[in-house]
Unconditional design. Sequence first.
Length: 314
Amino acid sequence: MSVFTTVTPAELAAWLKRYSLGDLVELKGIAAGITNTNYAVSTTQGKYVLTLFETLQASELPFYVNLMAHLAHHGIACAAPIANQRDEMIDSLCGRPTVLVGWLQGEPVDVPSPTQCHALGAMLAQMHRAGETYPGHMPNPRGPQWWTAAASELYPYLSSTDASMLRNEISQQGRARFAHLPSGVIHADLFRDNVLMHGDRIGGFIDFYYACNDILIYDLAITVNDWCALPDGQIDAQRAQALCAGYQSARALNAAEREAWPLMLRAAALRFWVSRLWDWHKPPAGELTYRKDPGVFQHILHAHQQRGDAAHWL
Ligand SMILES: Nc1ncnc2c1ncn2[C@@H]1O[C@H](COP(=O)(O)OP(=O)(O)OP(=O)(O)O)[C@@H](O)[C@H]1O
Ligand SMILES: N[C@@H](CCO)C(=O)O
């Protein structure tokens, strides 16, 4: 499913001569993933993942690729790009920009344990700290301006109850002031399918293509909402406490962050409710899109609203 561009073993064997990675042993398409073409590549020297980008242009890649290299250099468990003999981490093959990264052990988990959540929180905080010295800058393309504009086109598709819930949340978020909170480089999409778990250890973070500069606890909130949500939208307190404790084992939260946290959990739910509504009601013409249930994030948002400022696992 996720091989949109076919690469033959002969093409790859010739292309690999641009790298210092030995000779091709095996090339296998990776079925998971929905945006890009991914291959598992084994050579006489090791195992790698080759991504052929189907939508991003080569000129859009340096922020993400340099970030992954920076984080890996700082010991963060994440996909580390490999440079070719011209010292370039971005190359091309079959008319697509490419990046080759080291193979990470592990696979995504569906229902994480508190121990795994703790490890995740600690790695996320370490990633935020390692990001402090990253020189690149990327505004969040999915921030309040985006969700306000997107929602204005979505209201006609929604029931009046859902539309007013969306409108109210956007307006409450608009009145909040977050500019004083610590910010930096965030992953911004650290869902379970973007983390390979190797038992209780983090095999690695993948898929940095929503990474940007934004408020650090917004990243923690995105992560809690996906890793700790129960089917009814409530949050599993044990998992959430473990994730937040893991985070704080590597980066302590200040008073302003604690105060903003309940609203930040709602902002993180809102962002994915809107993007899923968008993909649901306004899929781009001619593109293969995979619609995920927007209701999941509406329920998570509703549960956060009901909880108000009550205990939030920090
Ligand atoms: N460095 C890696 N090591 C091992 N496996 C990897 C690595 N990178 C990706 N994978 C595997 O490839 C699969 C697809 O990757 P990914 O989710 O990045 O696909 P995508 O299509 O590029 O992105 P998305 O699905 O988020 O749009 C992952 O689920 C994982 O199993
Ligand atoms: N993680 C997102 C999709 C990619 O941004 C979601 O589940 O809606």
